[in-house]
Design a protein around this ligand. Sequence first.
Ligand code: AMP
Ligand code: ZN
Length: 474
Amino acid sequence: MILYNSLSRKKEEFIPNDKKEVKIYTCGPTVYHYAHIGNLRTYIFEDVLVKALEYLGYPVKRAMNITDVGHLAGDTDTGEDKMLKGAEREHKTVMEIAKFYTEAFQKDFEALHLRWPEIVVPATSCIDTYIEMIRTLLEKGFAYQSHGNVYFDISKLKEYNVFNNQSKEEMVVGAREGVEDDMGKRNAQDFALWFTKSKFENQALVWDSPWGVGYPGWHIECSGINLKYLGEYLDIHCGGVDNKFPHHTNEIAQSESYIGHKWCNYWFHVAYLNLADGKMSKSKGEFLTVTTLKEKGYEPEIYKLFCLQSNYRKELLFSYEGMDMAKQAYQKIASKVRSLNVESITVHTPSDTIQEFQQNFADALANDLNTPMAVTVLFDVLKSNLTDDEKAYLIADFDTVLGLDLKDKIGKPEEATEDNIDAELKTYILQKIEERAEAKKNKDYAKADEIRNELLEKGIQLVDTKEGVTYQKV
Ligand code: AMP
Ligand code: ZN
């Protein structure tokens, strides 16, 4: 597999430390609010990455944190704890907020057919690990205590700004903010490993530590959870591009200083989902969730297809015109999948043509996760002259990676219900059913057939049952 590695800024062949178990870490959500569809774009591609690796024959072990403490309003050490802000907003405790939004996040995963990682760890459950890491970093001289807090000293590193994705201007702004905010830092970009109450008196969750009662910084949680659950060698670390600096830069600084060798080989970053006026974020612009999209008539699978039809490394502009096109495309795929006349989706010895399609699909995935191409292969299958059984077999196969809820639709015509047929069409169908009954009574079978075909053209199939005539979507 070829993957773009943000660390080398090149496409590289993916070579895992251990082919039998690829270790992947995902920065999880800060559970102070619902995930917006920008956040979910990142999780969609991380899920596809895991499933693509599996499709290509690499078993994966994946861990994700849930940030329930320590992520301040600014990604540097500025502002209030986001969790505390969420709790204040909703007049609840931090733990209540964390539970509620973790469950909401899990529901988003289900709706988008994303697999919940096998290891999911709340940041508050690993305090001992962070304390042990910070103690060692102090001993090794990579950290220092100042004004009651513990900071990482970036001047002790050979190279700090490893992703090199910051403009000089941003660095200056970051430095100014840091200096203003924390006079205790030796270097402007030093960052907190442990805060004591001296910084935020109203912090809800605090723990005892050798440096006083307090709480961990945001970055140390991902280093700690990684070390505890995935060990000293990580294959792929994932996140949105905004995590490159400072979060991932700081994770690398801490983890490699603590472990004493290179830690993670590949960094996978998903580009932003943008609104016309800039990046979608929780603090500004339209706050769109899976639920709000659903209310506007777009099922989660449609948003997923919208994402998959663009490359994960390119910024994606959200628009309702784009969503309408994805909706049309999804409905086209779904209706073709439903109309397959299937005896069995198990193919015992795949034909050459089947294998060729599978190869094209695998090649698309192996080419730095080219999902637009993978979706095109799916369309090609539906357009091909394979038998319906063969098509069904391939759709089910591809759906293990794309997760577009196609497997369960194979050969199952959609039942026409109050919900999915508009009132006008329904009245029309009932009128046609009556006309057809009349025609049959008069032995005018040609007319009866004509009515049946006319409805078929509109995507409605009449079904004659003992109880009378019903209809379904095709
Ligand atoms: P947070 O809950 O803020 O910690 O963010 C969760 C994930 O979503 C992180 O990996 C972020 O980098 C990512 N993210 C945040 N905003 C966007 C966006 N507009 N588009 C894509 N990913 C994003
Ligand atoms: Zn993280």
